[in-house]
Design a binder for this molecule. Structure first.
Ligand SMILES: [Zn+2]
Length: 134
């Protein structure tokens, strides 16, 4: 179930994407709600050989701002009609975001409905080592 705060987060990511969308460089925007109540934004970046997801830049911005933890994160992309829609995180972000933001809620599209999920639902069988090398 999503809340009014979740809707506000989606609206902030959507407003950012409409402002900065560039099909060749920036296709996705993200917004992360910090424990402080501040919203930290991020955008995807791509070059011919490298791309960085919006979720990771939003988390990095939260960290850079001194945010203690992140409560909720969402990413949006432009639909065919040019209207931002909630999109689901890639595999890298499913691993990275909960690892750097334990307990985070991720807003995802579940067959047309936006729902909030935690890391066990986002990545039910996470990567693990055969043993510790530490
Ligand atoms: Zn990603």
């Amino acid at each position: 179930m999503i809340t009014a705060a979740d809707e506000k987060l989606i609206a902030e990511a959507s407003a950012l994407l409409v402002r900065v969308h560039d099909a060749s460089i920036t296709r996705v925007a993200a917004a992360a709600l910090g424990k402080s109540g501040a919203v930290h934004l991020g955008v995807s970046l791509r070059s011919p050989r490298v791309s960085v997801c919006a979720e990771s830049t939003a988390v990095a911005n939260a960290k850079a701002a001194g945010e203690e933890s992140i409560e909720t994160i969402v990413a949006v992309g432009l639909g065919e009609d040019g209207v931002p829609v909630v999109i689901n995180p890639c595999g890298v972000c499913r691993e990275l975001v909960p690892a750097v933001a334990p307990g985070v809620r991720v807003l995802v599209d579940d067959g047309g409905d936006v729902v909030a999920v935690g890391s066990p639902d986002l990545l039910p069988m996470p990567w693990k080592r055969a043993r510790s090398y530490d």
